[in-house]
Write a protein that binds this ligand. Structure first.
Ligand code: SAH
Ligand code: SF4
Length: 352
């Protein structure tokens, strides 16, 4: 079987070529074809010698995930169902902002964490994605918008990456790390690390390492006390809030530049949405530089919770804001196409 090149780090690609007897500088040329121009056909890589093209074609492939379906929301959000070599599928979403936008990528097929408010969490973990599959989602998104070669930072439409799709990124950390380094490489896709956010349900032992990568951290906090968090997020038994907060402090200490942590908070009716909870929450994050992101709960069929009332959400936000915390209420995007937070689930499973 031919070997897939997308997902190899630059060093690995170089080693691969050197083992074929090629000069090391060829790696940079090939890298640019793959990641700057988005070319998948070796015979169209016109700056490479014909014999080299043929050799590459005998041994390797360059594959972007296949787009199975594409749905466009009335608000401009676009969602793709993407399929890999073994037919496993994930969803990937583009969320436009005023002048640019973020691509939300997945790291696993399904998720083992089983957070009770999350639709993805009802789909068992099937497998981790490879580094190539993680990078590939962004590349297929670019295919969909025709955004090749890599535009300058100012003109690009697909400008940010949020690792908030299906799966828990920090339980696939080695592959994620390789993928992020490829995405950040300035000779290729060139997304700056300041424009990448990784969201975790709270794998505290790995969180500080995100500081070394230089990417932003979002934490799915969702509860102000262990008592509540234990009920809605099983991962809290393993990494309770005090351990999680220590990891967040460590992350902030290790960050080269000042970097606010986004605390995501889904408001669930009667569970975590009272003024008392807001007070406890502010106490919990004492000593950290955070901003909150208040998320209205997106209902899915069979979900064991109801969304908090608008009133409760606004009251909650007001308490945080009057204490000088940023606490925007996240506008739900793409809800009409089930692309909003926590609604992602492989179509494949849904169809069954
Ligand atoms: N596994 C990672 C990243 C993916 S989840 C994590 O948990 O952080 C992306 C975000 O959507 C998380 O903050 C998650 O808690 C939130 N979310 C999950 N289900 C939701 C729902 N039904 N409504 C609103 N947000 C939800
Ligand atoms: Fe997994 Fe995140 Fe959903 Fe929890 S919220 S089940 S960690 S995808």
């Amino acid at each position: 079987m031919k070997k897939e090149l997308i997902g190899l780090s630059f060093d690995e690609l170089q080693k691969e070529l050197v083992s074929l007897g090629e000069k090391p500088f060829r790696a940079k040329q090939l890298w640019q074809w793959i990641y700057n121009k988005g070319e998948t056909d070796f015979f169209k890589m016109s700056s490479l010698a014909k014999t080299f093209q043929t050799r590459l074609n005998e041994l390797y492939t360059v594959t972007h995930p296949q787009i199975v379906t594409e749905q466009n929301s009335v608000d401009g959000t676009r969602k793709w169902l993407m399929s890999f070599q073994d037919q496993k599928q994930v969803e990937c979403v583009y969320i436009p902002e005023s002048d640019r936008g973020a691509v939300c990528i997945s790291t696993q097929v399904g998720c083992a964490q089983g957070c009770r408010f999350c639709h993805t969490g009802t789909q068992k973990l099937s497998r981790n994605l490879t580094a190539g599959e993680i990078v590939g989602q962004f590349m297929s998104a670019r295919d969909s918008y025709g955004e090749w070669p890599t535009p300058t930072d100012e003109t690009r439409y697909l400008s940010n990456i949020v690792v908030m799709g299906m799966g828990e990124p920090l339980y696939n950390f080695e592959n994620l790390k390789t993928a992020l380094k490829i995405l950040m490489n300035g000779d290729g896709i060139g997304i700056s690390k300041r424009r990448i956010t990784v969201s975790t349900a709270g794998r505290a032992d790995v969180i500080p390492e995100l500081a070394d990568l230089g990417v932003k951290l979002a934490v799915s906090l969702h509860a102000p006390t262990n008592e509540i968090r234990d009920q809605i997020m099983p991962i809290n038994h393993k990494f309770p809030l005090e351990v999680l907060m220590t990891a967040c402090r460590e992350y902030q200490k290790r960050c080269e530049r000042r970097s606010f942590i986004t605390m995501e908070y889904v408001l669930l009716k009667g569970i975590n949405d009272s003024p008392k909870h807001a007070e406890q929450l502010m106490h919990l994050v004492d000593g950290l530089e955070v901003k909150f992101n208040l998320i209205p709960f997106h209902y899915w069929e069979g979900a064991p919770f109801e969304p908090a009332s608008n009133n409760a959400i606004h009251q909650f936000a007001k308490i945080l804001e009057s204490n000088y915390f940023a606490a925007p209420i996240r506008k739900s995007r793409g809800e009409d196409i089930m692309a909003a937070c926590g609604q992602l689930k492989s179509q494949f499973i849904k169809n069954k």
